[in-house]
Design a binder for this molecule. Structure first.
Ligand code: ZN
Length: 81
């Protein structure tokens, strides 16, 4: 059954209040690492495998650690050496 405009606005207000205190409303993913409720435009929302979502901060922290271990380097061809 669709929500009436008043019910919709009430639901939005409840979800915003829950997010403001760090609780994830129904249907909102939380970061698998730090537990913050994920909002695409605020925290980012990066799916990382089966049901695992990370915020952008945790995703890039992890990405940076992997780059430290496995740095990206261009293939170098030494000619005439
Ligand atoms: Zn996180």
């Amino acid at each position: 059954m669709p929500l009436t405009p008043t019910q919709f606005l009430d639901a939005v207000a409840r979800d915003r209040a829950a997010l403001a205190v760090g609780q994830a409303p129904r249907g909102v993913f939380t970061c698998a690492d730090c537990g913050v409720p994920l909002q695409e435009t605020v925290t980012g929302n990066r799916p990382c495998g089966e049901g695992i979502h990370l915020c952008s901060d945790c995703y890039f922290d992890e990405f940076g650690r992997e780059l430290d271990v496995h740095p990206i380097s261009a293939f170098r061809v030494v000619r005439g050496a």
